[in-house]
Design a protein. Structure first.
Length: 395
């Protein structure tokens, strides 16, 4: 029982502080209007069925009590507020009650579920049209159109405003997530470049120190085996020089390996301008590559992703493809950069399953992080890699 009580308590979030301010302010404003007798209707109006002096305060109190629900339970607050507004129409009424109700409609669209945000403006529009058509048809008096105008102001206007604000909020949130994904991709590439550079430096450290130690070992052996003071002196000189140089190289390279993740770290940022060199390197390795690049200016994250996709595709063509032409194409089409690389199969090879191995997971991840699409698979007897990377705005 205690566990159930705790679970129920967690499903009831606390109302926002601003909602309490709106509720209290609306209630006080309605009371201040009621005290001097400022009402929405005259007591002699045919619509007024509840003539008690305090009757207008009842819907005011109910609708003010719904305001704390405007964020946590907006649909419930709107339903109760609608009932309170209907009660308000049979009293002398209060302007504060109507204003609080418009806020409940606005909040139900802005903070409610997506389904509520879609349906409420349509319902509000239908009620507005109904408020225009029915009185005009029944009374045949142009003044009946004012009822529809009133319904539009009270219901349709706040619903449309809430829908507009919600659309802008969702668009801003989507743009923020997209920027975070792009920054994450750039950070991943930077870390990969740093890791690769550290590995290269480590290999360089091994090679350099090994050379110096080999020279030290050879000359120390000569100095020990030959009983000649001049030869021993020369060998010790070489040993000292190699020791000092080896220590200097170790200090320099280990300093690079120990450096923290700041701007001093070595990094590589390939660009699409380097595709020509990449293709030339592939030709040296035996690939018959043709490059057709008409990409124009593209954002840096998209540029980096496209370069990596082409690089990995050429590597796969070298490892898994048959001898034959390899085509690399880059085009800007409809606000996106389209990358396409095709190559032949080896004779007798069965077509690889689309999306299997060959570094495709990394290429697909790069495209996905930018919100793009990636496909790889057989196409008319060839292996085709296709990527569509959307271009960010403002570039």
């Amino acid at each position: 029982m205690a566990r159930m009580t705790g679970g129920a308590a967690r499903t009831l979030p606390r109302p926002h502080r601003d909602d309490w301010y709106i509720a209290v302010g609306g209630l006080l404003g309605g009371v201040l209007l009621w005290l001097p007798g400022i009402h929405a209707r005259m007591a002699a109006d045919d619509l007024v069925l509840w003539h008690a002096p305090w009757a207008a305060l009842v819907p005011l109190v109910i609708i003010a009590a719904c305001e704390p629900l405007r964020r946590i339970r907006p649909r419930l607050g709107l339903l109760i507020g609608t009932a309170a507004l209907m009660v308000d129409t049979v009293t002398v009424g209060s302007i504060a009650t109507v204003m609080l109700y418009t806020d409940l409609v606005y909040a139900a669209v802005l903070y409610g579920t997506p389904a509520s945000a879609r349906r409420i403006p349509w319902i509000a529009g239908f009620l507005t049209v109904l408020g225009v058509v029915v009185p005009a048809a029944l009374w045949r008096d142009p003044r009946g159109l004012l009822i529809g105008v009133g319904v539009g102001v009270v219901v349709l206007a706040p619903a449309a405003t809430g829908a507009l604000v919600r659309d802008h909020r969702d668009a801003a949130e989507a743009a923020r997530l997209r920027a975070e994904q792009t920054a994450l991709l750039a950070e991943m590439d930077r870390r990969q470049a740093v890791t690769a550079e550290r590995a290269r430096v480590a290999r360089e450290l091994h090679d350099m120190v090994a050379n110096h130690l080999s020279a030290i070992a050879i000359h120390s052996t000569a100095a020990l085996s030959l009983d000649d003071p001049k030869t021993s002196r020369d060998a010790l000189t070489v040993i000292r020089e190699n020791s000092v140089e080896g220590l200097d190289e170790m200090r320099r390279l280990i300093g690079i390996l120990r450096s923290s993740g700041d701007d001093r770290e070595p990094s590589a940022t390939p660009t699409l301008e380097g595709l020509a060199a990449l293709v030339e390197s592939a030709r040296v390795n035996g690939l018959d590559v043709t490059l057709d690049a008409d990409h124009g200016r593209v954002p840096a994250p998209v540029e980096l992703a496209a370069y990596r996709i082409v690089q990995e595709s050429l590597t796969n063509a070298l490892k898994h493809g048959a001898d034959g032409p390899v085509r690399v194409s880059l085009r800007q089409v409809d606000g996106s950069l389209r990358v396409r690389v095709t190559s032949l199969y080896r004779p007798g090879d069965r077509p690889r399953a689309p999306g299997s191995g060959a570094g495709l997971a990394g290429m697909r991840e790069r495209a996905a992080l930018l919100g793009g699409r990636f496909e790889a698979g057989p196409e008319a007897g060839r292996w085709a890699v296709r990527a569509e990377l959307p271009l960010t705005e403002g570039d």
